[in-house]
Design a protein around this ligand. Structure first.
Ligand SMILES: C[S@@+](CC[C@H](N)C(=O)[O-])C[C@H]1O[C@@H](n2cnc3c(N)ncnc32)[C@H](O)[C@@H]1O
Length: 229
C-alpha cells in the first residue's frame, strides 16, 4: 500500500469499484443508535443506503462523499453533500462513518478534525476487524511480505487507533461467519489467489486447513462508539 493516498482511493471509487456488501454491518450500525432525535453527519456515505434509513427515522441527516454517486435528489431523503469532509461546515450531534476511516491518510488526524470542527457528542465508525482467523492469515501476508491483501485500505485500524481525548471508547464486532466461517472461506478462495499471484504458494492446502478451523473469536467488522465525556 506504499503509494496509496486518500486522493488515489478517490480515483479507485470513481472508476466504479464496488466494495464488498456491507448489509450486516449496515444493520448493526443502524440498530445501535436512536437516530430520530438528532442532527447527523455521515462521512463517506457511498450510495447512501444507511443515510436513507437514518432519514426515515425522522433524523436530520447530511450525507457526504467525495465521489459523486449520482444520488437521487428529486426524492425526499437525506441532504447530500458532494466533497471531502473538510469542505463541510457546522456542528452535528452524531458523526457516522461506515468503512471509511481506513481510507483516510491519517485516521487519528481525521478523528481530531471531526471532534474539533463538528463537535459531536457521538462518533460511530466501523472498519474491518483483523483480530480473527481471517484477519491473522491476511495480516501475516501483509506484515511479513507487504502483499496487497486489500485494494483501497490505507490503514488496518485497531481499538488503539480509535482512542480520542475527551471521548469514551467502546466497540463491538459483527460478521462472525466472515471472520472464521463459510463466508471467510468464500472470501479467501477469491482473494488469496490474487494476493499470492506472484508467489509460489499452495493456496488450496491453506484453504483446506482453514476449513477445519472452528468458528471462534471476534467478527470481521468492528463498530466503534466514541461518546463525549
Ligand atoms: C468502502 S466505501 C463505504 C461506503 C459506505 N459508507 C458504505 O458502507 O456502503 C468508502 C467510501 O468513503 C468515501 N471516502 C473516502 N475518503 C473520503 C473523504 N476524504 N471524504 C469523503 N468521502 C470519502 C469513498 O468515496 C467511498 O464512498
Amino acid at each position: 500500500m506504499k503509494n496509496r493516498t486518500n486522493a488515489s482511493v478517490k480515483k479507485h471509487y470513481e472508476q466504479g469499484h464496488k466494495y464488498t456488501s456491507r448489509q450486516t454491518e449496515e444493520d448493526a450500525v443502524f440498530d445501535s443508535y436512536e437516530w430520530s432525535h438528532y442532527e447527523v453527519l455521515e462521512i463517506g456515505c457511498g450510495e447512501g443506503t444507511l443515510a436513507k434509513r437514518i432519514y426515515d427515522t425522522g433524523a436530520a441527516i447530511f450525507a457526504s462523499d467525495y465521489v459523486d454517486y449520482d444520488w437521487d435528489k428529486t426524492k425526499r431523503g437525506p441532504i447530500y453533500l458532494l466533497g471531502s469532509y473538510k469542505e463541510i461546515l457546522g456542528h452535528y450531534d452524531v458523526v457516522v462513518m461506515q468503512g471509511v476511516l481506513e481510507h483516510m491518510d491519517d485516521p487519528k488526524e481525521t478523528l481530531e478534525y471531526i471532534r474539533d470542527n463538528f463537535q459531536p457528542d457521538t462518533i460511530i465508525s466501523s472498519s474491518p476487524c483483523w483480530f480473527n482467523p481471517r484477519g491473522i492469515v491476511l495480516q501475516t501476508l501483509y506484515q511479513l511480505f507487504d502483499l496487497p491483501i486489500t485494494l483501497a485500505d490505507l490503514h488496518y485500524i485497531s481499538p488503539k487507533d480509535m482512542e480520542l481525548e475527551g471521548y469514551k471508547l467502546t466497540w463491538k464486532t459483527v460478521d462472525h461467519d466472515w471472520a472464521s466461517g463459510q463466508k471467510m472461506i468464500d472470501d479467501l478462495e477469491n482473494r488469496l489467489p490474487k494476493v499470492l499471484e506472484n508467489v509460489e504458494a499452495d493456496v488450496e492446502k491453506l484453504l483446506h486447513w482453514l476449513k477445519q478451523v472452528p468458528q471462534q473469536g471476534l467478527g470481521a467488522t468492528i463498530i466503534y462508539y466514541l461518546e463525549k465525556i
